[in-house]
Design a protein around this ligand. Structure first.
Ligand SMILES: C[S@@+](CC[C@H](N)C(=O)[O-])C[C@H]1O[C@@H](n2cnc3c(N)ncnc32)[C@H](O)[C@@H]1O
Length: 461
């Protein structure tokens, strides 16, 4: 359904995409704050759909951990566009699988995405190639035929603990898939095929699918040769369906979007050129250090060791793929070096952080508190860097969760607000969303829990 939105100056913005939210009163009113309040009062139904059903077209190419709800981010972005126009540069400094990127590109906007995880950037590159016109039908047929006629038993890769995560028949099959994909000459097409390959590895190797951590399945649960072949084929056809669905939706667009800028790097070390007359930072940062919350690096480790380096985004030097912990160690809060000093520094910026540490110290779990302190400071440093690049005028939309650590709730949303205010940002509102069955550990082996999800909206200038 196309919809037209009326600007206050009576120019008409044509929105070539589906909005899940259609509150005429607020739409005419055009005020961001009122729109956000309306979201809180009456949560749009699409925001409450969870799992695969919420992930139409490109959003469902791969199951990346902690993906955002696309319709929610799209609706909030629309509410901002109604206020500031469409000469907008959208930035996601923790881009993950590119939920925000796809929503920004769908609206024809400039986009920059940053992530420390090369698999995340590869997924974004694949999605962005579809917008650029990538057509995959013949490549999929070629790959399937190549796999059928490949009887070689040569195993193509070797890496640390490879044989723990793959049975001999799995090594042979994945080697055939890999050779078949490398037979496709076009790199953009290969990027999409590697995403299918990564999704197949995740569900068919010896690691459990019930956790993002690398965790060996029981011996009786090895995935058979037939099941792997079926899964790969099904995933390839699903890629074609999703690309067709996306293209059908985008067919109404008058022009294609500018090519997104995708940077594989630590956000705290990255700057980018600002574009457009207004910037919108939309992101969902990690909720805590990767090892305690979601180990994005472990989740990606197996696939990254199968995909040739030449087809991967350049890995940040300090990270490497040497072992499953490398990416997680380089991520926010990954290192506990100087944790005490970092804690003191974040306490000086956020009174809520200070109160948290004061009450959590009663639980006497110093190790956990050092992790929270190190993470919060790293998060502050990353946002500070983004703010330096983004400048004003801008809007910020940060979706985060509150979890408990050391038996105390970490009010991450409030700490985020205080960080933004310390840069001179003006808080507008928090939009709350009930967590349905988010694919995220509600409780992990250290007893840290993620309980709520809240989206902060703020502005600069
Ligand atoms: C919550 S996920 C983002 C998910 C994304 N919103 C989506 O819908 O797929 C957070 C991301 O932050 C990334 N990350 C963690 N530390 C980082 C750092 N220092 N610099 C850049 N990215 C980082 C992780 O690799 C992960 O992909």
């Amino acid at each position: 359904m196309d919809s037209d939105a009326q600007f206050e100056d009576n120019t008409v913005m044509t929105l070539n995409y589906n909005t899940s939210w259609n509150n005429e009163t607020v739409l005419q009113q055009g005020h961001l704050e009122a729109t956000l309040a309306a979201f809180n009062q009456d949560t749009p139904q699409n925001w409450l759909v969870s799992g695969e059903k919420s992930r139409h077209d490109l959003h469902g190419l791969i199951r990346y951990p902690a993906m955002m709800v696309p319709s929610m981010q799209g609706d909030i972005l629309d509410a901002i566009l109604r206020e500031v126009g469409t000469d907008v540069h959208v930035i996601d400094p923790f881009v993950g699988s590119g939920t925000v990127m796809t929503e920004a590109v769908r609206r024809g906007l400039e986009f920059t995405g940053i992530d420390i995880n090369p698999l995340a950037i590869l997924i974004c590159q694949a999605k962005s190639s579809v917008e650029a016109g990538n057509c995959l039908d013949s490549a999929v047929v070629q790959v399937l035929e190549a796999v059928k006629s490949d009887w070689s038993e040569v195993v193509e890769v070797d890496f640390h603990k490879r044989d723990k995560w793959f049975e001999p028949h799995q090594l042979i099959l994945f080697s055939r898939f890999r050779r078949a994909i490398l037979g496709i000459s076009d790199r953009a097409k290969r990027s999409c095929l590697w995403v299918v390959f990564a999704e197949t590895i995740r569900s068919c190797s010896r690691t459990r699918t019930s956790t993002y951590k690398l965790h060996k399945r029981p011996d009786g649960e090895v995935v058979s040769e037939k099941a792997i072949l079926d899964t790969f084929e099904r995933n390839l056809y699903s890629l074609l369906d999703r690309v067709a669905e996306y293209k059908a939706d985008r067919a109404f667009a008058l022009q294609s979007a500018p090519t997104p800028e995708l940077i594989c790097s630590a956000t705290e070390n990255t700057c980018f050129r600002r574009r457009g007359s207004h910037r919108v930072v939309i992101t969902s940062p990690p909720y805590g250090d990767n090892r305690t919350t979601i180990p994005y690096g472990q989740f990606s480790y197996l696939a990254l060791n199968w995909i040739p380096c030449s087809d991967l985004p350049k890995v940040p030097v300090s990270t490497g793929l040497a072992n499953p912990a490398a990416i997680d160690f380089a991520s926010l809060g990954g290192s506990l070096k100087d944790a005490e000093q970092k804690t003191a520094k974040i306490e000086a910026i956020s009174t809520t952080a200070k109160e948290f540490f004061a009450s959590a110290r009663v639980a006497k779990n110093e190790e956990k508190l050092r992790k929270v302190g190190a993470f919060l400071w790293d998060y502050y440093v990353a946002l500070k860097k983004v703010n330096e690049c983004v400048g004003a005028p801008s809007h910020w939309v940060i979706t985060s969760g509150n979890r408990t650590s050391a038996e105390t709730l970490v009010p991450f949303d409030q700490i985020g607000r205080e960080i933004i205010e310390s840069f001179g940002g003006k808080w507008i509102k928090n939009v709350e969303r009930r967590l349905p069955v988010k694919r995220m550990p509600s409780k992990n082996n250290r007893g840290d829990m993620i309980t709520t999800e809240s989206t902060l909206v703020a502005s600069f200038g």
